[in-house]
Design a protein around this ligand. Structure first.
Ligand SMILES: Cc1cc2nc3c(=O)[nH]c(=O)nc-3n(C[C@H](O)[C@H](O)[C@H](O)COP(=O)(O)OP(=O)(O)OC[C@H]3O[C@@H](n4cnc5c(N)ncnc54)[C@H](O)[C@@H]3O)c2cc1C
Length: 407
């Protein structure tokens, strides 16, 4: 049986960072990275539409969700946005901002370059990377994998969650940690499209509209703005993905879509009155012409029970008020989310309270965890990868310190 000082299980964002952190902290240690896939960083390659939104200018704990956010905040503080930028600069990757929402990307705008530099740094430092090596169990001395066993003084579980399983994260990290006595909070797909009633939005299928989505469940409410994508099964797009964890955790939600977010309801109503008076085209279907996409107008008319072919001049004040209200607050029931295959992250996981501030298991000394397997979920915008870098760095350097102490 081969012996290592530190074994990292999972060669994704957090595992690669943990391996680098362990080797940088203690170069003499034998650090091995076990990855079940044929290559490391498969999920990283698809992040940020292939551009890798690797952190955000405004990393704040308010952008995270999970059972122990104070502990998550302490981990993020130990390897914060500035440390992340310095880390990537040390690998030859300056960061660049894109857009106004604080998202930061590699200057190359290529996720592949992020995977490459992490891989090269592992090689340069002498991390032993074992590919197509799926860890099946923890053993008394280390880990068992398909075809053998390996010993280690410290083991870091960096297996990711259940989202996007085609990238390798099959949920096996949960089973490994449960084997050590850890518990698991309920898991939900997050940053994922929403399934909704489909009939009301049929006229706008495949349209993308700037808007505001508000989700209500009981007396809780969450609101997000941005481009709403209308699909055959429901809704997608940044604001919808952002709300999806809220909806999933509550088993559904009532949505209100503001489809004219730059206008007040009063403005829309007076606009509709003017259009009716002008009798432009004199058909109801022309009422919204020029203000929003024609198919949005058709959707509003349909929902209000009005015919697009009736004369605009035949619409009552009450009809116009109903249309204005629908344009500002279009009701739609979200019945749930799309599945794991379409999800970007896993909400829920192994509670952070079961780990020390160094991310060492309180159940089994020498066992560490980092990344998405833990019960910490970030919003869309680079916050999940920031969690992967931060927790990976803390777990990797702490595992190295533990292994050194055991030598
Ligand atoms: C389409 C998509 C786009 C995204 N875009 C962004 C973005 O732009 N910004 C952002 O912040 N976040 C984004 N995310 C989320 C982000 O990629 C994840 O939160 C992050 O990669 C999690 O890192 P991780 O190391 O915990 O897990 P992963 O990156 O999933 O890595 C886990 C690794 O462990 C391996 N593994 C699993 N089980 C075993 C085992 N038993 N033995 C050996 N190896 C194992 C897997 O093969 C995998 O390589 C996106 C996710 C998706 C799916």
């Amino acid at each position: 049986m081969k012996a290592h000082d530190v074994i990292i299980v999972g060669g994704g964002a957090s595992g690669l960072t943990a391996a680098i952190a362990a080797k940088r902290a203690a170069p003499a240690l034998r650090v091995a990275l076990f990855e079940s896939g044929a290559r490391v960083g498969r999920k990283l390659l698809v992040t940020g539409n292939g551009r890798c939104n690797l952190t955000n200018e405004r990393v704040e704990i308010s952008r995270y969700h999970g059972g122990d956010l104070a502990a998550a905040g302490r981990v993020l503080d130990r390897f914060d946005g500035a440390a992340t930028a310095a880390f990537f600069a040390s690998l030859g990757v300056p960061l660049r901002a894109d857009g106004t929402d604080g998202k930061l990307y590699p200057a190359s705008l290529q996720a592949g370059s992020v995977v490459d530099v992490l891989r090269f740094e592992c090689d340069r430092l002498g991390v032993e990377t074992l590919l197509e090596c799926h860890v099946t169990a923890l053993t008394a001395s280390g880990v068992a994998f398909e075809g053998g066993q390996a010993a280690a003084r410290a083991v870091v579980i960096a297996c990711g969650g259940r989202a996007a399983p085609h990238t390798g994260s099959c949920g096996s990290g949960y089973a490994l940690l449960e084997q050590a006595g850890h518990t698991l909070t309920p898991l939900h797909p997050a940053i994922v499209p929403l399934r909704t009633e489909t009939e009301p939005i049929r006229p706008v299928t495949k349209l993308r509209i700037e808007g505001v989505v508000t989700a209500f469940a009981g007396d809780e409410m969450r609101r997000e703005a941005g481009e709403i994508h209308f699909a055959e099964y429901g809704l997608s797009g940044p604001p919808v993905m952002q709300l999806s964890g809220f909806v999933a955790a509550r088993g559904g939600a009532d949505l209100l879509l503001d489809l004219l977010p730059d206008r007040t309801g009063e403005w829309v109503l007076s606009y509709l009155r003017e259009r009716r008076a002008a009798a432009y085209g004199d058909l109801a279907e022309n009422l919204f012409l020029g203000l929003t996409h024609k198919r949005v107008g058709l959707m509003l008319l349909k929902r209000a029970g009005l015919s697009p072919r009736q004369a605009a001049s035949s619409l009552s004040d009450g009809d116009l008020a109903a249309l204005a209200t629908l344009a500002k607050a279009f009701p739609l029931r979200a019945t749930g989310t799309a599945g794991w295959a379409d999800a970007q992250v896993t909400a829920g996981g192994v509670p952070l309270g079961e780990f020390t501030g160094d991310l060492m298991s309180k159940k089994r000394p020498g066992l560490f965890a980092c990344g998405e397997v833990l019960d910490v979920t970030g919003d869309c915008g680079g916050f999940n990868l920031q969690w992967a870098w931060s927790s990976g760095y803390v777990a990797g350097s702490s595992a190295a310190a533990f292994a050194e102490g055991e030598r």
